[in-house]
Design a protein around this ligand. Structure first.
Ligand code: GUN
Ligand code: ZN
Length: 463
């Protein structure tokens, strides 16, 4: 069994549905030794009577300060761990020249385990400190470094999907698979390593990772499709990010009707597939993704930085396609899902502006909606909706404690400032959460838990 039983007392918020942000300003959530939520009480004014009623007397209570609240841990459905040293470095490049100039050389350097150890320790620490309790990582082609990323996530207790990147064409000669068999054998080696660390894949899950269609031969795509069929492991890849990439796909797969059809025809499009970007899809492709039950990772910061385009998230949601958020480090400059959520709002406003005055209002995403994408949507995209992404009895306690300071007033009043969000006490909970979304950073994340275990804390946490 894991951590001892604990009761988390104070305000909490989570997304009930895409539209509904459920906020409770005086709650108590009991988490058992298994790391699962065993009870949720609302309108609590006397915690000792709750403990008595539940038969949990004497159990440790973790209390949140005024204006703070518990929130589900964030789920990053798309992040490249080895690209972290390049975060913020993209110049004026667009996807294909960015890959050649910055990305492939950086990833190639992960033939060095020393390099991998340095970068992977930092990115896992950094994502945890920003409240990311689940991350779907792309690693590199190197099995030892990919396995090391799994070791580090395991040691730090982050829930993680670990993908050994497969690419056997149109990639630098020193950084590619030598054959489809090589790609499959290397993927199997990582699957085996992860399974030896976590036999039931309770926190660590291998994910089959063809980088994207242009960097895989048809034989490689088919071999990975067969591996998926054999193992039913999830798949992650990129799709329809940028126009030059679409041209490349048309030239390299001339007999396929679309980019999406390329994945479909190779057995790579199904309910366990997470497609990053999905910016430039035809209606037929959206219909195919929907028919196959494949999921989308929306990466708005990356799509803006690399000037790829603005994904039409509302249209995809209306088609009933499940969407999560991705930081896409280092196409995206920040490892923070909060920043990705902020960009999702802003990109949706650009879509709205592009639709003509007034007409585009429907495209605008609300705060509740982007927070849903950052938690429940991501969980659903990764097949974890029964386990994480919200606070329900039976779900695992993947959570963050968000603290909001009253600021250090000019009159010397008010508490200690906690992070960059000033609240004044009279805002509604919705307004406070909006302030956190737009102004907050990791200083507002006082503590983080994964499956009931404390994995990160700052000085603001005294529990
Ligand atoms: N397409 C293929 N590889 C990549 C990558 O590393 N990042 C992004 N954003 N798109 C890609
Ligand atoms: Zn990516």
């Amino acid at each position: 069994m894991g951590s001892p039983r604990r009761v988390y007392v104070g305000a909490f918020a989570h997304c009930k549905s895409l539209e509904e942000l459920d906020i409770c300003d005086a709650g108590a959530i009991g988490v058992g030794e298994s790391g699962r939520i065993e009870f949720i009480e609302r309108d609590v004014d006397d915690i000792s009577s709750v403990l008595e009623k539940q038969g949990w007397k004497g159990v440790k209570v973790v209390k949140i300060k005024d204006h703070g609240f518990f929130f589900p841990g964030f789920i990053d459905t798309h992040i490249h761990a080895p690209q972290y040293p390049n975060a913020g470095i993209f110049g004026k490049t667009t996807l294909i020249d960015w890959l050649d100039k910055y990305t492939f050389p950086m990833e190639a350097s992960f033939s060095s385990l020393a390099r991998a150890r340095q970068v992977y320790n930092r990115i896992v620490n950094r994502t945890l400190s920003h409240g990311t309790t689940t991350a779907a990582y792309y690693a590199t082609v190197h099995v030892p470094a990919t396995n090391l990323l799994a070791d580090i996530c395991h040691a730090k207790h982050q829930r993680a999907f670990i993908g050994r990147v497969c690419m056997d064409t149109m990639s630098p000669p020193n950084y590619r698979d030598t054959s489809p068999e090589d790609a499959v054998a290397a993927t199997r080696a990582t699957i085996q390593h992860i399974t030896s660390l976590d036999p039931s894949h309770s926190l660590l899950i291998p994910i089959i990772t063809p980088r994207f269609a242009p960097s895989c031969t048809p034989a490689c795509l088919s071999a990975l499709g067969r591996l998926h069929k054999e193992t039913n492991l999830p798949i992650q890849t990129h799709i329809a990010e940028n126009h030059a990439e679409l041209d490349l796909v048309r030239r390299t797969f001339p007999s396929h009707p679309s980019y999406t059809a390329v994945y479909d025809d190779h057995g790579l499009l199904g309910p366990r597939t997470v497609l990053a970007h999905a910016v430039h899809l035809s209606p037929a492709e959206v219909a195919l993704i929907r028919a196959r039950g494949a999921k989308v990772s929306h990466c708005p910061a990356s799509n803006t930085a690399l000037t790829s385009g603005a994904a039409k998230v509302r249209e995809l949601l209306l088609e009933d396609i499940t969407i999560g958020l991705g930081t896409d480090v280092s196409g995206g400059y920040s490892p923070s899902v909060l920043v990705a959520a902020r960009h999702a709002v802003m990109v949706s406003r650009h879509v709205a502006m592009g639709s003509g005055e007034g007409e585009g209002d429907a495209a605008k995403l609300t705060e509740a909606e982007v927070l849903w994408l950052a938690t429940r949507g991501g969980a659903r995209a990764l097949g974890l909706e029964e386990r994480v992404g919200g606070f329900e009895v039976g779900m695992e306690w993947d959570a963050q404690m968000v603290v909001l300071g009253e600021g250090v007033g000019v009159d010397g009043e008010g508490g200690e400032a906690e992070g960059p969000v000033d609240v004044f006490g009279w805002e509604s909970w919705e307004e406070r959460i909006a302030k956190w979304l737009y102004n907050g950073d990791d200083r507002n994340t006082a503590a983080v838990w994964v499956k009931g275990e404390l994995v990160h804390k700052t000085q603001a946490f005294s529990g």
